[in-house]
Design a protein around this ligand. Sequence first.
Ligand SMILES: *[C@@H]1O[C@H](CO)[C@@H](O)[C@H](O)[C@H]1NC(C)=O
Ligand SMILES: *[C@@H]1O[C@H](CO)[C@@H](O)[C@H](O)[C@H]1NC(C)=O
Ligand SMILES: *[C@@H]1O[C@H](CO)[C@@H](O)[C@H](O)[C@H]1NC(C)=O
Length: 247
Amino acid sequence: MAATMTIHMSLLFTILAVISSLLAVESGDTNHIYWPCSDTTVQRSDGFTFAIAFASRTAFFFNNNNSLQLSPCDSRLALSNQGSQISVFRPKVDEISLLTINTSSFSPDNYGGYMVAFAGRKYAARSLPAFVANSTYTVTSFTLVLEFKKGRLQNLYWKRDGCAKCTGNNNFVCLNNQDCAIRTSNCKNHGGSVDCSLGIQLAFSGTDKHFAVLNSWYEVENLRQYSLFGLYANLRDSLTSQYSKIF
Ligand SMILES: *[C@@H]1O[C@H](CO)[C@@H](O)[C@H](O)[C@H]1NC(C)=O
Ligand SMILES: *[C@@H]1O[C@H](CO)[C@@H](O)[C@H](O)[C@H]1NC(C)=O
Ligand SMILES: *[C@@H]1O[C@H](CO)[C@@H](O)[C@H](O)[C@H]1NC(C)=O
């Protein structure tokens, strides 16, 4: 299961030190790297630590013309000076998981409104910045693919399904033909009635360090038609059915 929290970057180091000493070594987890800005190689059934940073889009770029995107682990970005927020997760490799970031006391639009998923140092990988929220729109549902090669993280990318889930639903707006968004004013953290917590569907692809194929991505592709949220009974009510009830 994933450990989630939203914290200030400067607290990250202390907290991770505590986590790694508290986490009972889960059966089958041979990966002892808990710090997202470290390199590791994994095998199926290992835990894998990565993080998501929230900041403005431009904060993830090093140069003025926004062409050089660095990993949030790269101190040249100085994200912590810009009030960036970080969530740390440790899912199991090759297990389909739904990560959630509870937004009841955290409004992504107050922290720049974009997020980047990242892990690694020498072999730093980071996703492109994904739009989460501004004062008008909030996107709550994401799919993140972690691609490994011989057990080393190569790439993280946001997989979009072109608004398939919200077409024809007046409560949603399709942004840039890729994201289903609701109005931020409907979110609880802005006085509305919808819990706009973020749900991040995770999938793994590529190979582990023993060249075993990671195929949870294949399962996600096939499950999508049945609505992945349906798999998570405890989250279904808080994250999805609320839309049909409330509007
Ligand atoms: C952006 O800046 C980099 C150097 O930081 C430069 O190499 C590149 O040509 C610039 N690109 C554009 C489109 O101006
Ligand atoms: C977020 O936290 C609030 C307060 O603890 C809780 O009422 C709400 O159900 C949580 N939302 C999710 C999706 O877990
Ligand atoms: C919010 O984001 C949407 C989609 O990117 C954009 O069209 C809109 O202008 C933004 N609104 C504000 C107030 O920034």
